[in-house]
Design a protein around this ligand. Structure first.
Ligand SMILES: [Zn+2]
Length: 539
């Protein structure tokens, strides 16, 4: 029995024994909580935490570990590296010269509105880098980007090619593709045998050799661990992600518990995947299905049928009409899958609400006699009346405060003050009894729970704007619960993770200050000293 002594234990959802400062761990599970002197007696190994704060390991129920690992490898052409398209071309020319022949060049992170030209790069721009090597420069939204002529030619994309359902090849005045591709059109990037997402979401499942993918995944995993995260929900899994988890697991390299949400275009494979021997429901779980209702707020593709305040001709888009959405949703529910849906605008959120209501009316209790868990990913701009519906239908909002921190000002510009300042209305969720979890959406945000919690507390943007009224903020205790037990509930694992309780996994983050006593600035400064998974040190 391993015993952790002299800890300041913080686990706000449970009542700890009076004076408890020690935890005993047997076979990776918390076996006792009590006083150091008492528990030490039966110990085979003692770990003295010397007064440090011990928290439940953080749960990040919505992230993209493999995509994050890839982005760490791809060439960074984000705002800190390139102010204009000329600089993007210069950076990529240097990188191209160092690449072996035949290897595609991939880059990430430009935001077209922030470039001096105020537009996307075109195939003519990208062709200046190379015409003989495939090049893809992904937009910061992850929903599309720019390719060179070679990529279009390989898939025979011409002026005559129609746009796929749920996607677009942007075109010039005479209808010729400009090289900018969106959403379902990104299916051309994955090759003949690759993952196809069609109109079910953005396709970032670019193929690579397994050893490269596993290496990329492991470098992302390290980022989660060093920030005290011990459980992650992978919010968009295809065979590529699953194979990578399996490969890492085979080599004993999984150091975070992963719950997978298969992209809805692959729902036909879900049964097979969930029966795979690698699914042990301890380190790797097949949790459910990921759906998309609308697009992104950052890319102005979230769906506002009346048009954006800043551009009335732009409405954004739905991935499915309401009828198609509901039929996929109910099919997944009937098959016994939890359902996590990306939805940002009130219309998109409303589609999930009405599908969840239909599921309840039809009594689809397909998961051990209970309703599947219905989650709304992001849930950035619900109307207040919708928060009552979220409460009534037990829908969990899986929210990313780092989104309003990074893009709050842009969203206010896009949709106007009245709606935009309400972005991520967590205080309203508390008032109306909505269950919610905090998460990173890595690589969109860094997987640092302290930054997420601080952003939920102060609602400040990167430009220093304080978004909306004070009652939209939440306090440190609520934030900590949302990033631990809140995430555990979103993953359907409230009995296993999310708090320090006997019988749960011994997953801990050891940190240098008590987050419950921290204001936002002090919260951001908290440092993780060690991370334990099942009682084993992983960081
Ligand atoms: Zn995401």
């Amino acid at each position: 029995m391993k015993v952790f002594i002299n800890a300041q234990i913080i686990s706000p959802t449970v009542e700890l024994p009076v004076g408890a400062d020690a935890i005993a761990v047997k076979d990776g599970i918390i076996s006792a909580i009590g006083k150091s002197a008492e528990l030490s007696a039966g110990a085979t190994e003692i770990i003295d935490l010397k007064g440090a704060v011990l928290l439940p390991g953080f749960v990040d129920p919505h992230a993209h570990p493999l995509m994050y690992g890839q982005m760490m490898d791809w060439v960074d052409v984000g705002p800190s590296k390139a102010k204009n398209i000329t600089q993007i071309i210069e950076i990529l020319k240097r990188e191209e010269a160092a690449l072996p022949a035949g290897v595609p060049l991939r880059a990430f992170g430009y935001e077209h509105r922030n470039l001096e030209e105020g537009r996307h790069p075109t195939k003519e721009d990208i062709d200046q880098i190379s015409t003989t090597r495939e090049i893809y420069v992904m937009n910061a939204s992850g929903h599309g980007g720019a390719v060179n002529t070679l990529v279009l030619e390989k898939s025979a994309i011409t002026a005559k090619t129609p746009d796929p359902k749920g996607g677009a090849f942007e075109r010039d005045a005479s209808g010729n593709p400009t090289g900018v591709i969106w959403d379902a059109a990104c299916d051309i990037l994955t090759g003949d045998a690759g993952v196809k997402v069609t109109n079910h979401g953005p396709n970032f499942h670019l193929p690579d050799t397994q050893s490269v993918l596993t290496k990329q995944f492991l470098q992302a995993q390290h980022e989660f661990i060093r920030h005290g995260v011990t459980s992650v929900g992978d919010a968009q899994v295809s065979q590529r992600e699953f194979d990578t988890y399996k490969d890492a697991k085979k080599n004993g390299a999984l150091k975070v518990r992963y719950s997978m949400y298969l992209i809805s275009s692959q729902v036909g494979h879900a049964k097979k995947l969930s029966q795979d021997a690698a699914i042990d429901n301890t380190m790797l779980t097949a949790n459910g299905i990921k759906m998309y209702a609308d697009g992104t707020l950052g890319g102005w593709t979230a769906y506002f049928p009346e048009g954006y305040k800043a551009d009335k001709n732009r409405t954004g888009q739905l991935y499915h009409d309401a009828q198609e959405f509901e039929s996929i949703f109910l099919d997944c529910a009937t098959q016994g899958y939890h359902i996590a849906t990306h939805a940002q605008s009130p219309t998109a959120i409303g589609m999930v609400i009405s599908s969840a209501r239909a599921m309840r009316n039809k009594e689809i209790k397909s998961v051990n006699g209970a309703f599947p868990i219905v989650r709304i990913e992001h849930c950035g701009l619900p109307q207040e009346k919708q928060s009552h519906e979220l409460h009534d239908l037990e829908i969990i909002a899986v929210n990313q405060p780092i989104h309003h921190h990074n893009w709050g000002d842009g969203v206010v510009t896009a949709v106007g003050n009245e709606i935009g300042e309400r972005f991520n209305p967590l205080g309203e969720f508390v008032k109306n009894g909505v269950s919610f979890a905090l998460s990173s959406d890595a690589p969109v945000g860094k997987p640092n729970p302290f930054e997420a919690m601080a952003a939920a507390m102060d609602r400040l943007t990167v430009h220093g704007t304080e978004l909306g009224a004070n009652d939209l903020k939440i306090d440190a205790r609520t934030a900590l619960i949302a990033h631990t037990m809140g995430g555990a509930k979103a993953l359907g694992k409230a009995d296993l993770i999310g708090s320090i309780e006997v019988g749960k996994y011994a997953d801990f983050a050891v940190v240098d200050a008590n987050p419950l006593a921290a204001g936002p600035a002090a919260m951001r400064a908290i440092t993780v000293l060690a991370t334990y998974l099942g009682g084993q040190r992983s960081f």
